[in-house]
Design a binder for this molecule. Sequence first.
Ligand SMILES: Nc1nc2c(c(=O)[nH]1)N[C@H]1C(S)=C(S)[C@@H](COP(=O)(O)OP(=O)(O)OC[C@H]3O[C@@H](n4cnc5c(=O)[nH]c(N)nc54)[C@H](O)[C@@H]3O)O[C@H]1N2
Ligand SMILES: Nc1nc2c(c(=O)[nH]1)N[C@H]1C(S)=C(S)[C@@H](COP(=O)(O)OP(=O)(O)OC[C@H]3O[C@@H](n4cnc5c(=O)[nH]c(N)nc54)[C@H](O)[C@@H]3O)O[C@H]1N2
Ligand code: SF4
Ligand SMILES: [Mo]
Length: 717
Amino acid sequence: MEPLGESVCPYCGVGCRLAFEGVKNQVLRVRGVEAAPANLGGICAKGAQLGPTIRTADRLTKPQLRLSRHDAFRSVDWDTALRYAAEIFTNLLHTHGPQAVAFYGSGQLDTQTVYLITKLFKGHLGCNNTDSNSRLCMAAAVAGYRTSLGCDGPPTCYDDIELADLILIMGSNMAEAHPVTFDRIRASKKKRPEQQIVVIDPRRTVTALAADLHLAVAPGGDIALLNALGKILINIGAVDRAFVGDHTRGFEEFRQFLQAQDVNELSAVAGVAPGELFALASRIAEAGSLLSFYCMGLNQSTVGMWKNNSLINLHLLTGQIGKPGAGPFSLTGQPNAMGGREGGLLSHQLPGYRFVEDALHRAELEAFWQRPKGTISQKPGLTAVEMFRALEKGQLKALWIAGTNPAVSLPDLHQVRRALQKAQLVVVQDVYHPTETTRLADVILPVAQWGEKDWTSTNSERMVSYSPKLWDPPGEALPDWQILARFAAALGFEGFNYSDAGQVWDEFIQLTKGRPCDMAGATSERLRDVTSLQWPCPTPDHPGTKRRYLDKVFGTPDGKALFLPRDHREPREVPDHEFPFILTTGRLYTHWHTLTRTAKADKLVKREPGPFVEVNPEDAGQLGVDDGDLLQISSRRGTVQLPARLHTGVLPGMVFLPFHWGDQFCEGNAANYLTISAIGRVAKQPELKFCAVALEKVRSDHPQLTTNHSPLTTHQP
Ligand SMILES: Nc1nc2c(c(=O)[nH]1)N[C@H]1C(S)=C(S)[C@@H](COP(=O)(O)OP(=O)(O)OC[C@H]3O[C@@H](n4cnc5c(=O)[nH]c(N)nc54)[C@H](O)[C@@H]3O)O[C@H]1N2
Ligand SMILES: Nc1nc2c(c(=O)[nH]1)N[C@H]1C(S)=C(S)[C@@H](COP(=O)(O)OP(=O)(O)OC[C@H]3O[C@@H](n4cnc5c(=O)[nH]c(N)nc54)[C@H](O)[C@@H]3O)O[C@H]1N2
Ligand code: SF4
Ligand SMILES: [Mo]
């Protein structure tokens, strides 16, 4: 066994740096790198089990093409595949204009790739239809930071963990979804037992079990809860007058808005007793520093941005921002979700935290890319869910997908499948085949994944990391950015001729100069040397920045943060007599998203072998359901059948479904056949944490439900 080198983990947004050992292309041992600031040697089960996911029988080695969806795929060379796609794109652009095509990407693409997607689509095709699975993930957090603080991006860092007196974890199951960061919280608490951990989550999760206080908020009740806390804090005199006076706007309106509300009524909506709210408020008032972690429980809602604003209101009220150990810390899910924001992948963004609506921003980029004035459209493009609606309606005709598996992860999967079937051209860039999405494609392009390429990514705490190529990709697989560059050339564009990933990076960081996410000092040469740097890092001698807003100057034109009064809104679909239960969905420790990787690691599969639905024993009793019985769960959009797992951790009236298992594993029984595609007004993020369902016992055993963990062999849709 020999050292194979180090890389950022390709899974979650913690951004652990891992060291690999093995022989040639075979990874036999993985450990956390101690000197890495993101994990300080930490690693979780998924990272440790990367070995079996690297060289698998279903790795794509050659481009695949079929002229009709009834045909089987055949292997072709790169030129044939890219020329085929380029020809259809060119025809569609000529006949229908840029609105006919779109790119659906991911927070798992490296920053080089994100940048080239934006450069090609927004800067050359005049098409803002680029979006990513981050729209399902943190669009609400992006919009929340921007509206409250005037600028996106977390103010905080992991080093704040040890410094915080009170750690609030809201709508985040960190123990399972950001395990190494949560381990750090546990270790800190052990050293400083007076440190308080409070969890706000409708479920009593593994995270909640470790807390000093767990408030089982009613699903969707967060804004009411936060407003009640705000009102109590004002009433008990916990307002940081100096901070509020000097560095914020809108406090008086906010105070009046809260005075008009009744704590008992808010408490009833939040599903948390007034006494508990008073107890939490006094802990917040007493805390010298308050650090709030939050994730999908706040974001995946039609009022996700409002939930974010409401939490930030509390930080402003108590002056808990812009100082060590304090601040609102939105956790990112994927390894490079942050890089997607920096590179401008969402449909309203441009590289360097710029926006398509801003004439100056468009002009800056057109000049930089040497494109004719007016090339970049000022209208934000279609967002994730909107793309699939437009596909079904025939308004959108070609979709290029990379780094995401929408046939499992988007809400309302029956609609998603109809949309993909209707498309004239679906191109999928992936590591593996078949996946639920490649099965519906016309062209499949083989990707060289992490470990097989040089790449750059940014984790939850703004830490930009460089990961080097460690071993060769299989067959003809290429890094994502090279595929994009070659496609741009096939479309006839110049300016996509790069020698390596470092050159793409060095071009991109020029566009961050003077911007909030300034990485101009993190050149590829320097990153190769120091491995990671936190932005802003404007010059080559700058050490990087742990904490933003230490000067209390925020991103708004006058530098003041904004109080934004937000009132409780019902989720888009609430339970009624026909669909009386609330469905919430989420993650498990051992699995990653749609299982294209973790299902290949036997040790992980053994721990969670198949899908299930978590039901409160009280409800189960009334339905006559025992552990393991097959339960039918129906919503207005679909029906699935899954074994029940009785658990007091879910509230009565609510069920929890992990969304990991798609059609390859339990045909027709994926969680997202049930979920609703309603999206928020501004952030356009879908409500994946709340819809109404009905439950019905099917029978006491479940012989029909077989969970197949080896990918299906059929290549047909
Ligand atoms: N093991 C593992 N880790 C992962 C991932 C994975 O697939 N597997 N994926 C990564 C990605 S992309 C992401 S985005 C993150 C997600 O990380 P998390 O957001 O922590 O994970 P989830 O399980 O989606 O949801 C978190 C919690 O929200 C709660 N919740 C539901 N409704 C509400 C509500 O109305 N209010 C509140 N306060 N809470 C609510 C749920 O009960 C759940 O416990 O995880 C990342 N890490
Ligand atoms: N019901 C419900 N649905 C959800 C959620 C939820 O909480 N509940 N969470 C949502 C969230 S937050 C997220 S982030 C999404 C995640 O959902 P997806 O993005 O669909 O999940 P993955 O399984 O990670 O899909 C990544 C795909 O890219 C491939 N891949 C891996 N590495 C690379 C690479 O380097 N390049 C390329 N081109 N491909 C690669 C993988 O094989 C896989 O097919 O799910 C969303 N859907
Ligand atoms: S905590 Fe996240 S980044 Fe770290 S090893 Fe686990 S999955 Fe990878
Ligand atoms: Mo995510």
